[in-house]
Ligand binder design. Structure first.
Ligand code: PEP
Length: 257
């Protein structure tokens, strides 16, 4: 039985006022509910503290969308793991496709960031996923294997409990095209198989694997109901309470299924 996680990636959206209002609205949405799933919001860096204050003691966690792997020092424009912990972040999203394909992050860099976060106890949502051309060429599993191997290089089995994997087919992110529930489950099962081969069965069974890619209130329940889907990483639909609220509720309903 795995606890679901519903995570919102706000990307480079909101401003201070709308970010606080969204966080307050989500806190109100979950108020009085049995939070049997992890709910996470990941606003832009400048709003992390305000959003952390706005979610208060609602049970909603706050995470960042990136971090740097070095200790604090002369790295202009970067944000250290210590700084995220200092302001109460519990998680960081790493390896998002926009960072891989727009900002040019390699598996090697993602791996360094993953290890830096884990070393300090910051949870990692590690994103993997194939391009449309990979899928059409029948290379989905090979791409997933490579990203898992690269991202988790030298990560000890004992640290896996601080990691959540997010399978996000790049062709489904922000496009309105969703992987069918069967396609998502198949990719998740493949990732779980990779974990079995490269760690062991119990690590694979315990790992939460989220699906991301145009998750909306009208498709969340079916996706989250798949045996290998343990939650969702949500972009566009995480920006309003009207959309993210029902996705959270679908996660609560499927938790521990
Ligand atoms: C994402 O950016 O992680 C994502 C899944 O975006 P969207 O839900 O908008 O497709």
């Amino acid at each position: 039985m795995r606890r679901q996680m519903i995570a919102g990636n706000w990307k480079m959206n909101t401003n201070l006022e709308s970010g606080k209002a969204l966080a307050e609205g989500l806190a109100k949405h979950v108020s009085g509910k049995d939070l049997n799933a992890d709910v996470l919001v990941c606003p832009p860096f400048p709003y992390l503290q305000a959003v952390k204050a706005a979610v208060g003691n609602s049970g909603i966690s706050v995470g960042a969308q990136n971090c740097y792997f070095e200790e604090p020092g002369a790295f202009t424009g970067e944000v250290a793991v210590d700084m995220l912990l200092d302001i109460g972040c519990d998680w960081v999203i790493l390896g998002h496709s926009e960072r891989r394909h727009v900002l040019g992050e390699t598996d090697e860099v993602i791996n360094k960031k993953t290890k830096a976060a884990l070393a300090k106890g910051l949870g990692v949502v590690l994103c993997v996923g194939e391009l449309l051309e990979d899928r059409e060429a029948g290379k989905t599993n090979a791409v997933l294997d490579e990203q898992m191997k690269g991202g988790l290089a030298d990560v000890a089995a004992g640290d896996l409990s601080k990691i959540v994997i997010a399978y996000e087919p790049v062709w489904a992110i922000g496009t309105g095209k969703t992987a069918t529930p069967e396609m998502a489950d198949e990719a998740h099962a493949h990732i779980r198989g990779w974990l079995t081969s490269n760690y062991d069965q119990s690590a694979a069974d315990a790992m939460r694997i989220l699906y991301g890619g145009s998750v909306k209130p009208n498709n969340a329940a079916e996706l989250l109901g798949q045996p290998n889907v343990d939650g969702a990483l949500v972009g566009g639909a995480s920006l309003t309470v009207d959309n993210f609220g029902p996705i959270i509720d679908a996660g609560l309903a499927q938790s521990g299924k």
